[in-house]
Design a protein. Structure first.
Length: 106
């Protein structure tokens, strides 16, 4: 299972899909995975790997990228704000303030 960061979540089907830290193969740590629809895929090792939730939120909210995220106890999927069923996001107030965005939408 992925480690979930509850400071940032996409809302889908009334549930929180939290940003997920994905373990590196070979046990060398974990990172958030960010990709772009039609350009890069985490499954092919093409995703951007970052460890900072501020960068993840910036890429997803302001740049329209996808992130690996999951509901509690479920496997991770790649979602973006434009994904089917995604109705908004929830973001930690401190992270939102640093980004200059509202802590939730809609």
């Amino acid at each position: 299972m992925a480690d979930l960061d509850k400071r940032f979540a996409l809302l889908r089907g009334g549930e929180h899909w939290y940003a997920a830290m994905i373990a590196e193969r070979g046990g060398t740590g974990s990172s958030f995975r960010i990709s772009q629809r039609g350009v890069s895929r985490d499954a092919r090792g093409q995703a951007e790997k970052v460890t900072d939730i501020l960068t993840v939120a910036h890429r997803v909210i302001l740049e329209g990228r996808r992130m690996r995220c999951a509901k509690e106890g479920e496997p991770a999927s790649s979602l973006e704000l434009q994904s089917s069923g995604v109705t908004g996001y929830m973001l930690d107030a401190n992270v939102a303030r640093e980004l200059g965005v509202p802590p939730s939408a809609p």
